[in-house]
Design a protein around this ligand. Structure first.
Ligand code: NAP
Length: 295
């Protein structure tokens, strides 16, 4: 008697030997990430660990898509029945007009990082904002109070939107003041400051959370850190760095030495991915498995 292929091996743990995992077959569901470049992405490791853990016959791949090819790539997604996608730099804003519909978060932020199907409509969502808040709350931070956001680029947009929605007072400090002013107009933040230590010092004793949304401290320039006087923060303040290469940035190391509470960039990466996973599969994401896979 023929026996059905044994898929039980797919419930192996993170770090399992790939040779004992089943190969994709005709029923495998495909999801992935589009970016340019994308070969550095941790998302395939994180999502494939989650699929294996739950025994789901799904696979997550990374696709290097140059900016002019994005419309073709999304037509390909529709034609091939790809179940969902993440978008990363430089596609998050360019994809907005290519969606059938946007979630309120994606609409407000003006960028999409997660695509999924709902009643044959391609939905563009932005899980960066909710993922950022969930990561902080998972670490023990309570929403509210004065926050200082460093940076005014793409990630700062999602972070500022999330913090305002959570009821925080937000000051934005950026090297290019005009970009911070644009964010202030978009989300009604309380204050805009130059990214300079002396300019920030008077605000620091009122700040409960500092979030680094600049790329300062990212490899290969991991000796750099934003010019922020952490020593003037209250003792119970939090410091969160979105940079996750390296995980322990110089900013986080300095905060840790001062006895401040810290949240690293992998937390947001895991939680934005977990929300995407739940859109695609309809199942709760195994967050610990995903986090263990990328740490
Ligand atoms: P982005 O849109 O390019 O914005 C970069 C920001 O950094 C801008 O505010 C820019 O200031 C500032 N900046 C760059 N170089 C600087 C310098 N030498 N001195 C002072 N300011 C400088 O980048 P992004 O997409 O927001 O990403 C920022 C960081 O967050 C990256 O390291 C990225 O990997 C990380 N990130 C992490 C997650 C996560 O899940 N953990 C998610 C998204 C992004 P100007 O406006 O003056 O140019």
């Amino acid at each position: 008697m023929d026996s059905a292929p044994d898929r039980t091996l797919s419930t192996t743990n993170v770090g399992a030997d790939l040779r004992v995992c089943p190969l994709p077959d005709a029923e495998t569901q495909l999801v992935g990430v589009l970016g340019y470049p994308v070969r550095h992405s941790l998302s395939p490791v994180m999502h494939n660990a989650a699929f294996r853990h739950l025994g789901l016959n799904w696979v997550y791949l990374a696709f290097e898509v140059p900016p002019p090819s994005l419309p073709d790539a999304l037509r390909g997604m529709r034609a091939l029945g790809i179940r969902g996608l993440n978008l990363t730099i430089p596609h998050k804003e360019a994809a907005v007009p290519l969606m059938d519909t946007l979630t309120p978060d994606a609409q407000a932020i003006g960028a999409v990082n997660t695509l999924y199907w709902h009643q044959w409509q391609l939905v563009g969502d932005n899980t960066d904002a909710a993922g950022f808040l969930r990561a902080l709350q998972a670490a023990g931070w309570q929403p509210g109070g004065q926050v200082l956001v460093l940076g005014a680029g793409g990630s700062a947009r999602a972070v500022v939107y999330a913090l305002k929605k959570a009821g925080c007072r937000v000051a934005i400090a950026n090297r290019t003041l005009a970009r911070a002013q644009l964010l202030q107009q978009a989300f009604g933040t309380e204050q805009v400051l130059p990214l300079e230590s002396q300019a920030l010092r008077p605000l620091m004793p009122t700040v409960q959370l500092v979030v680094n949304c600049t790329s300062l401290g990212m490899e290969p320039a991991s000796d750099a850190m934003p010019p922020v006087p952490l020593d003037a923060l209250p003792r119970d303040a939090w410091v969160c760095d979105l940079v996750y290469r390296p995980v322990q940035t110089r900013l986080l190391q300095t905060a840790h030495q001062l006895g401040l509470r810290t949240v690293d960039g992998l937390g947001m990466l895991v939680h934005q991915g977990a929300l995407a996973f739940e859109h695609w599969t309809g199942q709760p994401a195994p967050i610990e498995v995903m986090e263990q896979a990328i740490r």
